[in-house]
Design a protein around this ligand. Structure first.
Ligand code: FES
Length: 274
């Protein structure tokens, strides 16, 4: 159980792991996440389910080695077992058949979780356009996988080393001009990117779903660590989300909360390295 069956580097900072988790694979749906703890020394890490295979009983985790716990995870190898994996958690994406094209946008490591959303939208009969973006070519991955489940794929890099030069927000404006109407858009990636996307789609009248990635502890709605302000309500990303109407999310507050433990994280990494 929880054994690492495959490990791959998708880019210098992003790793993929396929885990043997049949109970999670059986129930997983697009938009949901799971929480894992690599070993006794590691913190819990919430990760969106990047892919699942019910027959093989596997789920795919994609993560960026940023903090101490993701570094511990990144050092584990095929054959090792993760201490515990809990999921699937959260509310699945609301997939329906729309009357106009839909766009899924993935930024950086957020390219991974848009894949199951794109696949589910395609299976529901939608015209699906994917827009993926990263700083440079090295950080783009899953191009072929996304091409297989979408009608159009736009790649953007900040430095122009691959695809079109510029941000995913510019690509979305161009697609809106080209298609006339976009029924719905999913944006998953770093919070500043999701905030920028909602600022672009608001005046265009495109309904925008974002997947919030705040700090999480228990993942069951008990601790309140994952609080997000959505409109006039306080929501818990782990049980009410992680997907919310992006035009209602208070991103300034969410970004402030995300940086609360920055110093502790730095100390934990320094501790690991000595
Ligand atoms: Fe504890 Fe959501 S992680 S309430």
């Amino acid at each position: 159980m929880n054994e690492i069956l495959k490990k791959e580097s998708l880019s210098p900072a992003v790793k993929l792991m396929v885990l043997n988790c049949p109970f999670i694979a059986e129930k997983a749906q697009a938009g949901q996440f799971f929480i894992l703890r690599a070993n006794e020394l590691a913190e819990r890490i919430p990760l969106t389910i990047a892919d699942y295979d019910r027959e093989q009983g596997t789920i795919t985790a994609i993560f960026q080695e940023m903090g101490a716990s993701t570094k511990i995870l990144g050092q584990m190898e095929v054959g090792d077992s993760i201490l515990d994996v809990v999921g699937p958690l959260g509310v699945p994406s609301e997939i329906e058949k729309f009357d106009a094209p839909v766009i899924v946008v993935g930024g950086g490591v957020g390219i991974a979780p848009i894949y199951p959303v794109a696949r589910a939208l395609k299976e529901a009969g939608n015209e699906v356009i994917a827009v993926i973006g990263a700083r440079n070519r090295e950080l783009i991955f899953w191009e072929d996988k996304l091409r297989a489940v979408t009608d159009e794929l736009v790649i953007c890099t900040d430095d122009g080393s691959y695809g079109q030069k510029g941000f995913v927000t510019n690509a979305v404006v161009d697609l809106h001009t080209k298609h006339g109407k976009i029924a719905c858009l999913w944006a998953i990636g770093p919070m500043p990117m999701m905030r920028a996307m909602t600022n672009v789609t608001r005046p265009l009248g495109i309904k925008t779903i974002v997947s919030m990635n705040p700090l999480m502890m228990d993942g069951t709605g008990m601790c309140g660590a994952c609080r997000v302000q959505v409109g006039n309500e306080t929501k818990f990303a782990c049980v009410d989300g992680p997907e919310f109407d992006g035009h209602l999310v208070d991103f300034d507050l969410a970004l402030k909360r995300l940086s609360i433990y920055k110093n502790e994280e730095k100390r934990a990494i320094a501790h690991m390295e000595h």
